[in-house]
Ligand binder design. Structure first.
Ligand SMILES: [Mg+2]
Length: 263
């Protein structure tokens, strides 16, 4: 693969930059190479557990300086999507502080009746009452929007319940399927392209999951590279119909490829 054509990168974080709290090898040289070869990038994650400022701070703690415009999560992406489509929409929200903050900062009204959209993200304060309110709103015509479709997510001793499973419950109760903003839908990738003011043809997606990062890139018409430092294994890759444009063992190999083809 000729890396000189990739002037812009859309980069996943969990399993690419770090594993849990631990930065993966080659983190600092990778960002140094992005800067020295004048490549633009957006860090884009389905994980809306941290706010943009918290991601900027976390990278800073590891010695990497990025601006808030260089970070995107599915909560912000959802708020931007709604803003572009229905800036005066009235919302019912299941979600944590990150999603609520992203929506209220843009001036959205969170209401109990006359709801246009039910917006659903991970909510540690989820109650049966909140689910009832969402189902009632959908029953009276509100559209269902999910920040991300992941049905599980990693917790300490294995996998816990993800946002996609709560969306599935709402679909079971209403017969209404959600509009999904996060990967593997192309919306967050398209927003990242718009933010960098660049085309898909000059952009490379970097991720560790075939079913979200790589599939989403393909749906957005963006070339992709899979790093084997996260979820996907070489065995999974060999058995999958879904194939990235390149596979690299980790950040050091990607850094070397970028430096060898400065563009
Ligand atoms: Mg990941």
């Amino acid at each position: 693969m000729d890396f000189s054509r990739w002037r812009n990168l859309i980069i996943d974080m969990d399993g690419v930059l770090w594993e849990g709290q631990t930065p993966l090898p080659g983190l600092l040289p990778f960002f140094a190479a992005l800067r020295s070869t004048r490549r633009a990038f957006v860090l884009a994650t389905n994980n809306a557990g941290l706010t943009i400022d918290q991601y900027v701070a976390r990278l800073g703690k590891h010695g990497v300086e990025v601006s808030s415009a260089e970070v995107m999560n599915s909560a912000e992406a959802t708020a931007d999507w709604l803003m572009a489509r229905a800036p005066s929409a009235r919302l019912n929200v299941i979600g944590g502080p990150g999603l609520l903050d992203a929506l209220t900062r843009r001036g959205f009204h969170i209401v109990d009746s006359g709801v246009d959209f039910v917006v659903v993200g991970k909510d540690y304060g989820l109650t049966w009452q909140k689910l009832d309110a969402a189902v009632l709103a959908i029953g009276t015509g509100a559209q269902l929007v999910g920040t991300n479709p992941d049905v599980t997510y990693p917790i300490e001793n294995g996998l816990g319940i993800g946002n996609g499973a709560i969306l599935a419950a709402l679909t079971a109760a209403t017969g209404v399927s959600p509009i999904i903003i996060g990967k593997p839908e192309p919306i967050m990738y398209q927003q990242a392209l718009a933010r960098m003011q660049c085309t898909a043809a000059s952009t490379l997606a970097v991720g560790d999951r075939l079913d979200t990062d790589i599939l989403g890139a393909q749906r957005a018409g963006i070339a992709s590279v899979l790093l084997l430092t996260g979820i996907a294994t070489a065995a999974q890759l060999a058995a999958s119909d879904l194939q990235p444009d390149a596979v690299l063992p980790g950040l050091p190999a990607l850094t070397a490829a970028l430096l060898a083809a400065p563009g």
